[in-house]
Design a protein around this ligand. Sequence first.
Ligand code: NAP
Length: 392
Amino acid sequence: MTKKKIAILGSTGSIGKQTLEIIKKDKHNFNVVLLSTNSNIDEISKQIKIFKPKAVIITDKNKFIQFQKSNKKLKVFNNYLCFKKVFLKKIDYVMNSISGFDGLQPTIEIIKYTKLIALANKESIICGWNLINAELRKSKTKFVPVDSEHFSIWTLIENYNQEIDEIFITASGGPFLNIKRKKLKEVKPEHAIKHPKWKMGKKISIDSATMVNKLFELIEAKKIFNISIKKIKILSHPNSYVHAIVKFKNGVTKILIHDTNMKIPILNTLYLNKSARINSKKIDIKKLNNLNFNHLSIRQFPSLGLINLFNFKKNSLLETVLVSANDELVDLFLKKKIKFLDISDKLISILKLNEFKKLRTKKPNNLAQIMHLNRYVRLKTRALCVRSISNV
Ligand SMILES: NC(=O)c1ccc[n+]([C@@H]2O[C@H](COP(=O)([O-])OP(=O)(O)OC[C@H]3O[C@@H](n4cnc5c(N)ncnc54)[C@H](OP(=O)(O)O)[C@@H]3O)[C@@H](O)[C@H]2O)c1
């Protein structure tokens, strides 16, 4: 039997490593042809020894040069414009698990070289869904979302030809669900990245603590499933047992439950439509008796209120402003340049600036335009933060 050809973008991160752990247990069926990292050359070197890919991408310039010198036999690239030099024909599967806005260009570039793309990088869906969708159609490439809530909705509606009435996505609530906002002034990065239920990369852990992650997931669900935003709601659910609830117009409601283990969605994108096995816990009746859903408070998590700024009739450039400003703010917080509460406060004030608000009706036309806006918003965000830091 021929092995499935696989590429993993962002293979040194949390989702990337979990994908490789699954593949390692079934190396007879998978052939890893490409791996990528930003700067973690130690980790990717270990991965190369085990999986022997044909090519790797290292985006950090210095690390790329350092790595290339000692890996002369391997094809090593410094950016994501190299795919036509690597793939002679379509491969079977790509996992894009790069974090942040920088996942967008690789998503768009790689679609035509793969039969299926599993997309964990939610930022690219939020900023560039119309471009991604056009590329998916043109290249006849299958798309599967990896985010647990979206993977759950996708699983519940796939091959079930019924009209959706409403969707609930769940939120564990992050580390600060029950702590009053005013008590979060002195929160340090090391506290904010400690998620009570999930072990994830730093960026998404901070987004979960500010609840910007749920704002992202609402927009992500709206785009992927093309359903009115009014029909998608968030419920806090500290157990993180249920990931999505979908009620259909035919009266049926489906609920998807799985352990808090991202390997479950990842595994199922890898073995799509084939039987797959993973060590998972028995159904937990205690948890089922104690599901405990609640609505989230906008007073506690004000960034959730930003949903009202968006014009969901079409994709707009305001989504890029949201993702780019948030990427910069999280970066500044992790570098201890701004405070935890500044992330959502500044995000709200940046999105409300007239120059950005008016982008809510402007459709993204191409990748260059989105990338240009991303650079501008990051610079503007940094400038606004630096000004307020020096005013203190
Ligand atoms: N982790 C989860 O459980 C989870 C769940 C749902 C959705 N997601 C989504 O999946 C994506 C990945 O999350 P994660 O937690 O796996 O992130 P992560 O642990 O931070 O890993 C990110 C990966 O992307 C690479 N990377 C970072 N910045 C890059 C850049 N500018 N250019 C190229 N590569 C870059 C990193 O390389 P280095 O190692 O060199 O930094 C690493 O390989 C995010 O969009 C997140 O929202 C994650």
